[in-house]
Ligand binder design. Structure first.
Ligand code: NAD
Length: 735
């Protein structure tokens, strides 16, 4: 079925309409490129056609991007030379877009081309904005919900279909940087103000205004600045003194931000720099080379897989049991503390009626006031209106009265982390809610199966574990207790979909999944310091391998006293099996009252306003760095293997049933080196064979916590990869 169609009106203006069958938003496919190419040829060849409007048949959007299968099919198109296939495929699309841009004009006089205007009904992302950038004018409908931009960098690639070259030439490297290097998206009004598009018009006038422009455009209107004689890059090209400074600064900034582990940002900057020094057609070739380079890097494939394909699959309910719709209508939140208030906020923001209950009216009101102050900040930043704030706050009833819970179909409990307190709250709630209400706990450490004992309907009892701060963290870990039923899982998943977060579903075990993996990371960091590894080496090694925070900084953020509490509870639960290597440093820090950032004193020093300064020099008095320091790689491997081996064990134990959840959860939950695509993505990059050998080497020196898990050993022997063996999310035990 055709994705692009063309009609021509009595005035000789052709309209090419993009309408991908069966999709709510247009997505570029291999076939789509071919159809667009053929229609452009036809329009340019037909003397009766004066110009072209390129638009979309979808209301409110032009296009959402490219079908990523295009990359796979380009790679396959040149036999055993995927780089050649990619390069040729990219050059082919450059050819199509360049044809639009030149529109049949004489290459010398730059006269005689046909005007081609992009008329965007709304959202235009990725290739959906790169195509308009090749047109002679971009007009968008005034649709404040629309998003325009080039988000490719967010999934580990860069705009490689001409977007990088066109935008950097159009705006200059400095002005284009936020859109290219950070993937910043804008609504139409902001896009026009930034110079991304030319005009914003009332939606009903879009096509008429586009047509009027086509009929009045002159030859000069069609010539892109970079094709005109004497073109100079805004802000200066690299050999210009101002441009030189831009690139020096940008290079330092990119390396500082990415620590050199994200190949796409560096490749993008190289393409802009090298491209700026040559004519445009050569620049496109340079862009294609760098894009090929990035697409051939395993990191880009791993990031696309986890942050795009699998994240979306999980959000769409890849692991949802087949149970009728469980959309939440009325939510009860028990406990209006830090977590409860955050949960009430995100639910109310997404249209759910919330009853927020605490022990006293004061405490409940404090929770609601937290929501209010968050919304006030949104108003100050012009993110929401006063009306919207009133609407959201109006959905939250703060009270101590359990009767207000009548009619609630989901309860999320976020009271103190205490079995007895939670049990009492559970019993009191179940007395007032209906028989089919699902009860969820936000506990971070207590076993769900044990907490479910307080309920006479354990099949309707589940864990919904949010991360702090709730309004920012995108992951929600859903935990099934031994008796949790399918409807409870579906309810939790539907709730997470309503509040637009990403769910993973795991089985009940100590610390569930995310905390189980992050605690060994924190412990390994502290343990190294206790052994005499320089704290700066530990922190920098972590950041240089792509962890957003070093382990010591993360301990400061989560607080030393929480660490002490968890260490005590773990010791009580594990008895002799407890590994006490971090106790000396952890308990000593607590004794010094260096409880972390909240105390303005921890592994780092802080100023009076709580701003982090350098590492605390007092630490060296108690734990002096040894004369011999380990290699960077050794430190990095200790920090990463501590996490990924726990992820493998979680898979072996059946806590994780889907490696996609393990990878997506790790990146969104605790920021596990996103460039790697997650713990399983990283192990696949290393190869099971090498990973198993590294485990053996680390275990020989540092102890059994690095012992190679049986599953990894088996895979090393069989020459398997995690995504080869479990890629579709098959159960570890079943495979
Ligand atoms: P908090 O101390 O900020 O809030 C707890 C609230 O519960 C308080 O307002 C308290 O008055 C209220 N409360 C206590 N007993 C109650 C009762 N019987 N009835 C009604 N309200 C009662 O704690 P928090 O950080 O919001 O944590 C709440 C829960 O969320 C805990 O189970 C915790 O383990 C879990 N959790 C916390 C984090 C985090 O980072 N803080 C992250 C994930 C999960």
């Amino acid at each position: 079925m055709a994705e692009f169609t063309m009609t021509t009106d009595a005035d000789g203006v052709a309209t090419i309409t993009w309408d991908t069958p069966g999709k709510s938003m247009n997505v570029m496919s291999m076939e789509g490129f071919g159809e667009l190419d053929a229609l452009i040829d036809q329009a340019l060849a037909d003397d009766a056609i004066k110009g072209v409007i390129l638009t979309s048949g979808k209301p409110g959007s032009f296009a959402g991007g490219m079908d990523l299968n295009i990359i796979a099919s380009m790679k396959d198109s040149a036999g055993d030379d995927p780089a050649r296939g990619l390069f040729d495929g990219i050059m082919n699309t450059h050819g199509i877009l360049r044809k639009i841009e030149r529109a049949g004009m004489d290459p010398k006089t730059l006269k005689g081309g046909k005007p081609i205007v992009a008329a965007l009904p709304g959202t235009a992302l990725g290739i959906g904005f790169e195509i308009p950038l090749a047109c002679h004018r971009i007009i968008a409908a005034d649709n404040p919900k629309a998003k325009i931009g080039l988000p490719e960098i967010m999934v580990g690639i860069f705009p490689g279909m001409g977007g990088t070259m066109r935008l950097s030439r159009k705006l200059g490297a400095m002005a284009a940087a936020p859109f290219l290097l950070e993937g910043k998206l804008s609504d139409p009004a902001k896009a026009r103000a930034a110079g991304l598009i030319d005009d914003v018009v009332a939606p009903e006038d879009l096509l008429a205004r586009a047509k009027a422009w086509v009929l009045t455009a002159t030859d000069a209107d069609l010539v892109k600045p970079w094709d005109a004689k004497g073109y100079k890059m805004p802000g200066g090209a690299p050999y210009h003194p101002a441009g030189y400074m831009t690139f020096v600064g940008a290079s330092a900034m990119v390396n500082g931000k990415t620590q050199g582990v994200y190949p796409a940002a560096k490749a993008l900057l190289s393409a802009v720099y090298e491209g700026a020094m040559v004519p445009f057609d050569t620049a496109l070739k340079i862009e294609a080379r760098w894009f090929t380079n990035v697409l051939m890097n395993p990191s880009s494939g791993a990031m696309i897989r986890s942050l795009f394909i699998n994240k979306e699959a999980l959000e769409k309910g890849a692991n949802r049991p087949e149970v009728p719709d469980q959309t939440v209508r009325k939510l009860g939140v028990m406990g209006a503390g830090m977590m409860g208030a955050g949960i009430a906020l995100v639910a109310a923001q997404n249209g759910i009626e919330v009853v927020l209950i605490d022990q006293t009216q004061d405490a409940a009101d404090t929770g609601r006031a937290h929501v209010e102050s968050y919304l006030d900040k949104g108003i100050a930043r012009k993110k929401i209106t006063a009306d919207k704030k009133a609407e959201i706050l109006g959905r939250i009833t703060a009270t101590t009265d359990y009767d207000a819970l009548t009619g609630a179909d989901l309860i999320v409990e976020a009271v103190f982390e205490d079995v007895a307190v939670k049990a009492e709250v559970t019993k009191n709630v179940l007395r007032v809610v209906g028989d089919d209400c699902i009860f969820a706990t936000n506990t971070s450490t207590l076993p769900i199966t044990e907490l479910a004992r307080a309920s006479d309907r354990p099949d309707q009892f589940i864990g919904i574990h949010f991360f702090s701060p709730v309004e920012k963290m995108m992951l929600v870990e859903i935990i099934k207790g031994r008796e949790t039923g399918d409807r409870a899982v579906a309810k939790a998943l539907d709730f997470v979909r309503q509040i637009r977060k990403t769910p993973i579903v795991v089985n009940d075990a100590r610390f569930f999944y995310a905390n189980r993996c992050i605690i060994p990371y924190l412990n390994e960091g502290m343990r190294m310091v206790a052994e005499g590894v320089a704290p700066a080496l530990v922190e920098n090694a972590a950041r240089m391998v792509g962890m957003p925070l070093g382990p010591l900084q993360l301990v400061d953020e989560t607080s030393i006293d929480l660490g002490v509490k968890i260490a005590r509870a773990t010791k009580a639960a594990m008895g002799d099996a407890y590994d006490d290597a971090v106790d000396p440093i952890l308990f000593w820090m607590a004794e010094q009252d260096r409880l972390g950032r909240k105390a303005k004193a921890g592994f780092y020093a802080y100023d009076d306003t709580g701003k982090r300064q350098g590492l605390w020099d007092g630490l060296a008095g108690k734990f002096p760095p040894a004369a011999d320091q380990p290699d960077l790689i050794e430190v990095q491997h200790r920090l990463l293997f501590a996490q990924v081996l726990e992820a493998v064990r979680a898979l072996e134990d059946g806590v994780l049933t889907d490696i996609r959840e393990g990878d997506v959860g790790a990146i969104l939950g605790w920021g596990f080196a996103p460039w790697s695509g997650g713990p399983f993505g990283w192990l696949d990059m290393l190869g099971a064979d090498y990973a198993a050998a590294r485990c053996d080497a680390l275990a020989a020196v540092h102890g059994t916590r690095f012992a190679c898990p049986a599953l990894l050993r088996e895979m090393a022997e069989a020459g398997q990869s995690f995504y080869g063996r479990f890629g579709t999310g098959a159960d570890a035990q079943a495979a």
